[in-house]
Design a protein around this ligand. Structure first.
Ligand SMILES: Cc1cc2nc3c(=O)[nH]c(=O)nc-3n(C[C@H](O)[C@H](O)[C@H](O)COP(=O)(O)OP(=O)(O)OC[C@H]3O[C@@H](n4cnc5c(N)ncnc54)[C@H](O)[C@@H]3O)c2cc1C
Length: 417
């Protein structure tokens, strides 16, 4: 234990809480602040997948052409609302540059390295009793509902095997035999043996409770206003608490884990983070007859169906629409329709909970984990896009290793902010 060193973690989503957890375990005195409750940002309504096999980044060969076609459809899984945002053109250029085969392979490796580390840590942290939440490790399906999808599924299964993921390729009937919940429209499926799933909100709440038990101050209703900078050193943050009082919070290390809002606060210390807010939707319904036993991703529709104890969640879509939290009904309904395409039973929609969450997305889909150049005392842990829950504990461990000057568990070069 190294005593008396202080860390201020900005943001109590799955990422900030994971950073706080490992810092505390290493002996840091930790304070976490959030403007809301732990896990009530983007970490609230996720599909709950913990899935290193999903490490494929968004950009890749052929993606630009596909994205342009999707842009013309209101109900497509990807949409950009063009607006006056000076950071958007640069981000899109970065995205276009990340679309080469070589870059997408590098990004895959980077994301996979943190995701795999994370999944090991989920087992370890649960084993210690530090995160008690709904979690299952029984695999998952990718279901394909088009003829073109079947050919793609075969290649994808081969690719996954080459990358060390144990998978089964199943024809439609074989898939339905194993998972009777799948619809007649499913023509092929990949079964991923190593996938896990669980409640991201349950994880956040449980970790926050553990932190409090171990002396971490978890402060809610406190907004980070700006980073405090002295020359090249960041010495904490100015915050505003619920009663409107402004105060300075000093710390030896400040961890910026504000999810999609991270670039707004980074800017106050002259740090530019290439992160775009990327909205997604989920619908949560009570469990019903004909629910799949494990998660199913309807591949062509980019919709995930996840059984989460007594509810079922349908999640998907990616919309670059700025920080507007509103729910586009048409695109939300497309998420439900995409889920329905993979399921034999009808989804009961009488009392569903509709949710929109804003993911923090980098151009390459690789998160930013590390120290921005020329800024001592600041560590960034943001930009985890579609896979923040999966990468959470891995990110937390890496941030602690960087803070302590320990050898990081994975090559950190791809994550440099
Ligand atoms: C529909 C959908 C489905 C998803 N499914 C999955 C999945 O199956 N698996 C997976 O791995 N990932 C999934 N994700 C991605 C995952 O949700 C995100 O990557 C992850 O939640 C990011 O965590 P975070 O802690 O960085 O951000 P957040 O959870 O958003 O946390 C940031 C926190 O910062 C706080 N904050 C912001 N600004 C301020 C401020 N100025 N002052 C104080 N506090 C502030 C917010 O209140 C928030 O609590 C999904 C996302 C969506 C939208």
């Amino acid at each position: 234990m190294r005593a008396n060193r202080t860390a201020l973690v900005l943001g109590a989503g799955v990422i900030g809480l994971s950073c706080a957890y490992f810092l505390r375990r290493a002996g840091w005195e930790v304070t976490v602040i959030d403007r809301g409750e732990p896990g009530h940002g983007c970490s609230w309504g996720t599909a709950g997948l913990l899935c290193p096999a999903h490490s494929q980044p968004l950009p890749g060969p052929g993606v630009l052409a596909k994205a342009l076609r999707w842009m013309l459809r209101e109900d497509s899984p990807f949409h950009i609302r063009f607006r006056l945002d000076p950071t958007l053109p640069g981000w899109l250029l970065g995205f276009a540059r990340a679309c080469t085969l070589a870059r997408s392979r590098e990004s895959f490796e980077a994301i996979r390295s943190v995701s795999s580390l994370s999944l090991q840590l989920f087992e370890e942290v649960r084993g210690r009793g530090d995160a008690d939440f709904y979690f299952e490790r029984r695999g998952g399906y990718w279901a394909f509902v088009t003829e073109a999808g079947v050919a793609h599924a075969r290649e994808e299964a081969e690719d996954l095997r080459r990358n060390g993921f144990p998978v089964d390729f199943l024809g439609g009937d074989a898939a339905r035999e194993r998972e009777p919940a799948l619809s007649a429209a499913v023509r092929a499926a990949i079964f991923l043996h190593g996938d896990a799933h669980g409640s991201s909100l349950g994880f956040a709440e449980s970790l926050a409770a553990t932190l409090k038990r171990h002396g971490v101050r978890v402060e809610t209703g406190v907004r980070a206003l700006r980073l405090l900078r002295e020359g090249t050193r960041i010495r904490g943050a100015e915050v505003r608490s619920g009663d409107g009082a402004r105060e300075e919070r000093g710390a030896d290390e400040t961890v910026l884990a504000l999810g999609a809002h991270s670039p707004l606060r980074a800017r106050t210390a002259g740090v530019r983070l290439p992160i775009q807010p990327a909205k997604g939707y989920s619908a949560t319904v009570r469990t019903f007859e004909g629910v799949p036993s494990i998660p199913v991703t309807v591949a062509e529709r980019k919709v995930i169906i996840t059984p989460l104890q007594n509810v079922v969640r349908f999640a998907g879509t990616l919309e670059l629409a700025g920080y507007d939290p509103s729910l586009n009904k048409r695109r939300y309904r497309a998420v439900i329709a995409g889920g329905q395409a993979g399921l034999a039973a009808r989804i009961p929609l009488e009392d569903e909970v509709a949710w929109a969450g804003i993911r923090p997305l980098t151009p390459s889909s690789v998160p930013l984990i590390g120290r921005p150049p020329g800024r001592d005392g600041l560590l960034v842990a943001a930009g985890h896009g579609m896979l923040g829950f999966t990468q959470s504990l891995g990110t937390g461990r890496l941030i602690q290793q960087l803070a302590d000057g320990d050898e990081p568990s994975v090559d950190m070069a791809p994550f440099a902010p």
